[in-house]
Ligand binder design. Structure first.
Ligand code: B12
Length: 215
C-alpha cells in the first residue's frame, strides 16, 4: 500500500470507528517505515477532525465520537512507543499535565504528554476531569516548573482561568509557567487569562515548552 493510501485508510478507520482496522493499519505503517508522527497528524488526527465536523453538522452522534476516539486510541497505542525512540536522557523540565475539570477529552492531552516525554521532559499526566486542586497537588509533589492544561469544550475553557487563579492563591504562580491548549483555545484566550503560552498542537507544544524553560 502506498504512503498516501495508508494515511487515508488510517483516517477512514477513525471516521468509521473501526479500532481493529486502525490497529492493523498502524502496525502496517510502522512496518513500511512510515513516520509515526505523520501517521498521527495526517492520518488519525485528520480522521478525528472529520468526525468532529460530522458531529457538528448532525450526521454523527455521541456513540460515533466515542468509537472514533477508541479507534484513534488503539492506533496511538501502537504508534506512540515508536515516537519514544529518540527520547533524550537529560531532563529538560518537569511538567504536570491534565485535562481540566468537567472535561473528559484525553487524546490531545495524552499526545502532548507523549511528545514532551519523547523530547526530554518529565511528564506527570494527572488525567482528565481534574480540578485545580489536583494540578496544584501534583505541582507540589513533583516540583514541576511547567503546567499544561487541556480544554476541549468552550464551557470548560474557563477552568484554565480558574487554574491560574488557584495557582496565584496557592503562591505557586511564580514557580510554574502555564501552557494552555485544546481545540477551542486560542492565543488571545491564553493572553486574556494570563497564561504563559498557547500551542495549537503537540509539536508546537514541545517548541513552546522548550522556549519557556530556555532549552
Ligand atoms: C473524540 C471526541 C470526544 C470523545 C473523547 C474521547 C477521549 N477519550 O478523549 C468523547 C465521546 C468523550 C466526547 C465527548 C463530548 N464531546 Co467531544 N469531541 C471529540 C472530537 C471528535 C475529537 C477530539 C480529539 O480527540 N481530537 C484529536 C486530538 C489529537 O486533538 P486535540 O484534542 O484538539 O488536541 C491537540 C491540540 O488541541 C493540542 N492540545 C490539546 N490539549 C493541549 C494542552 C496543552 C497544554 C497544549 C499546549 C496543547 C494541547 O495538541 C493536541 C495534539 O496535537 C472533537 C472534535 C474536534 N475537532 O476537536 C469533539 C468536540 C471537542 N466535542 C464536543 C462536544 C460537544 C462533546 C460533548 C459535550 C458531546 C455530548 N453531547 O455529550 C461531550 C463532552 C464530554 C465532556 N464532559 O468532556 C465539541 C465541543 C464544542 C465546543 N466548542 O464546546 C467538539 C468540538 C465536537 C463538535 N464539533 O461539536 N468527545
Amino acid at each position: 500500500m502506498s504512503r498516501e493510501e495508508l494515511l487515508s485508510k488510517l483516517a477512514q478507520a477513525v471516521i468509521d470507528g473501526e479500532p481493529e482496522d486502525a490497529e492493523e493499519l498502524a502496525k502496517q505503517a510502522l512496518e513500511q517505515g512510515l513516520d509515526p508522527l505523520e501517521c498521527i497528524n495526517e492520518g488519525l488526527t485528520a480522521g478525528m477532525t472529520r468526525v468532529g465536523e460530522l458531529f457538528s453538522c448532525g450526521d454523527y452522534f455521541l456513540p460515533d465520537l466515542i468509537i472514533g476516539g477508541e479507534a484513534m486510541k488503539t492506533a496511538l497505542a501502537i504508534l506512540e512507543p515508536a515516537l519514544m525512540g529518540d527520547q533524550q536522557r537529560n531532563v529538560l523540565g518537569r511538567v504536570v499535565l491534565g485535562t481540566v475539570e468537567g472535561d473528559l477529552h484525553e487524546i490531545g492531552k495524552t499526545l502532548v504528554g507523549t511528545l514532551l516525554t519523547a523530547n526530554g521532559f518529565q511528564v506527570t499526566d494527572i488525567g482528565i476531569d481534574k480540578p485545580a486542586a489536583d494540578f496544584i497537588a501534583a505541582i507540589k509533589e513533583t516540583s514541576a516548573t511547567l503546567v499544561g492544561a487541556s480544554a476541549l469544550l468552550t464551557t470548560t475553557m474557563t477552568q484554565q482561568k480558574k487554574l491560574i487563579e488557584a495557582l496565584v492563591e496557592a503562591g505557586l504562580r511564580d514557580q510554574v509557567k502555564v501552557l494552555v491548549g485544546g481545540a477551542p483555545v486560542t492565543a488571545t484566550w491564553a493572553d486574556q487569562i494570563g497564561a504563559d503560552g498557547y500551542a495549537e498542537d503537540a509539536i508546537s507544544a514541545v517548541a513552546l515548552a522548550k522556549q519557556l524553560v530556555g532549552a
